[in-house]
Write a protein that binds this ligand. Structure first.
Ligand code: HSE
Length: 439
């Protein structure tokens, strides 16, 4: 059988990795796919650098539309990132009847519903394993490996940059700004790290996982997103003293509140018991924990970024698309795991309605009755205390009281925090970090 022809849009780190792994493992890949996979065309901004990567035998062009409009290209591999140009190119490729492989989580989280509808109408595939957790095959696991299950929740460390920063802050007792600077010098963090450190990148990936886990449309706009830029080293230390580690988690979960089904979709710093496997995922590694009714708990761990780990996912998609290209579209694995006519319209729950446990740090003047006031406010709000840590008073008789609550609703905690901040002995704002036992 003739090799299938792929065209790459972008040949940066991931594109070059994809090209190299395809070449190196071409014989194994051919045996798996049932036919060869050849990259015959590449669109790049820097033509000279692209030619140095691909060599002779692969056409290098400046205009990415020349790839998506080329009659001999069967699969377009979108690796340019960003929103608008990528959206136009992907929709044009689909309109031309080409299959698409993309690593672009931002594109899918925001425009996935439009893109999958267009692909469905045209009978082509859009594959995106590399969009979530790089080389970790979590899309395959959620969509196919766990397809017998009712998935209850997905919780993941899905941004390596922030996990690296949090590991360094904990290990070395450094503050956020110092570690971010080091991460940029080492090339871990982008020159503009906003999407990583503010949780946006993780929320893109979480939105995609929620859609596949629960059979719902992409709802990035409803995700709650908090990053790690406001996290203080002292809270990492107190959490550790209480037996927890702080991770930036993306969490999505089905819940029923007052008889109504809803989906939690949230990214924020989270205390996790130190004994949990996922609490020990350090550095730039990624991990995703899935709870499902039949299999129970399973965890997927590996490199979430980098040239060859991401290429591994891109090429797995190329192989899948190659195998399924001749299959009747109705019989292929659906893009979002469930058949498009079977997507559910379960709403994403507002944050005030979520239930979890909380770490609260209150800085107070060490006066008679302060602890009693705090505990009374929490008890009046129906919030039960799990643990308390009080440090000896320091400068100006000021001290920190750290309280871990049992599970409660966010709106009760918000109301209690409002009252605690009104107490005469309270100084400044209460620090509140959510806690997940992940048991
Ligand atoms: N910037 C991402 C991270 C990798 O730090 O994990 C690509 O999604």
């Amino acid at each position: 059988m003739k090799p299938i022809k792929a065209g790459l849009l972008g040949i940066g780190t991931v594109g070059a990795g994809t090209f190299q792994v395809l070449q190196r493992n071409q014989e194994e890949i051919r045996r798996r796919a049932g036919r060869g996979i050849e990259v015959t065309m590449v669109a790049a901004r820097n033509l000279e650098r692209a030619r140095a990567v691909v060599g002779a035998g692969c056409e290098v062009v400046a205009d990415p539309f020349a790839v998506v409009n080329h009659p001999e290209i069967d699969i377009v591999v979108e690796l340019i990132g960003g929103y608008e140009l990528a959206r136009e190119l992907v929709l044009q490729a689909i309109a031309n009847g080409k299959h698409v492989v993309t690593a672009n989580k931002a594109l899918l989280a925001l425009h996935g519903n439009e893109i999958f509808a267009a692909a469905h109408a045209k009978g082509v595939m859009v594959a995106f394993e590399a969009a979530v957790a790089g080389g970790v095959p979590i899309i395959k696991a959620l969509r196919e490996g766990l397809s017998a299950n009712r998935i209850e929740s997905v919780a993941g460390i899905i941004n390596g940059t922030t996990n690296f920063i949090l590991s360094e802050m904990r290990d070395k007792g450094l503050d956020f700004a110092t570690v971010l600077k080091q991460a940029q010098e080492l090339g871990y963090a982008e020159a503009d790290p906003t999407f990583d450190i503010e949780g946006v990148d993780a929320a893109h990936k979480l939105t995609i996982m929620a859609a596949i886990a629960f059979g719902i449309p992409m709802q990035f706009g409803s995700a709650h997103i908090e990053g790690i830029s406001q996290l203080q080293a002292i809270d990492i230390r107190y959490a550790e003293q209480l037996g927890y580690r702080i991770k930036l988690l993306g969490i999505t979960r089905r819940t029923v509140v007052d008889g109504e089904e809803g989906i939690e979709l949230r990214v924020h710093p989270t205390l996790i018991p130190s004994a949990r496997l996922i609490a020990n995922v350090e550095g730039a590694m990624n991990a995703v924990l899935v709870q499902a009714d039949a299999v129970g708990t399973s965890m997927y761990y590996g490199k979430g970024a980098g040239a060859e780990p991401t290429a591994s996912a891109v090429i797995a998609d190329l192989i899948d698309v190659t195998r399924s290209a001749t299959v009747d579209p109705y019989s292929r694995v659906p893009h979002l795991a469930f058949h498009p006519t079977e997507l559910a319209d379960v709403p994403v729950r507002p944050m005030e309605e979520i239930s979890t446990s909380y770490y609260l740090r209150v800085t107070v003047q060490d006066q008679l009755g302060v602890m009693a006031d705090l505990t009374r406010i929490l008890a009046d709000a129906g919030i039960s205390i799990d643990a308390v840590l009080q440090k000896e008073p320091g400068e100006k008789a000021r001290t920190d009281i750290v309280i871990i609550t049992h599970q409660t609703r966010e709106k009760f905690v918000d109301a209690a925090i409002g009252k605690i901040e009104q107490l005469p002995a309270t100084e400044g704002k209460v620090v509140r970090i959510r806690l997940e036992s992940l048991g």
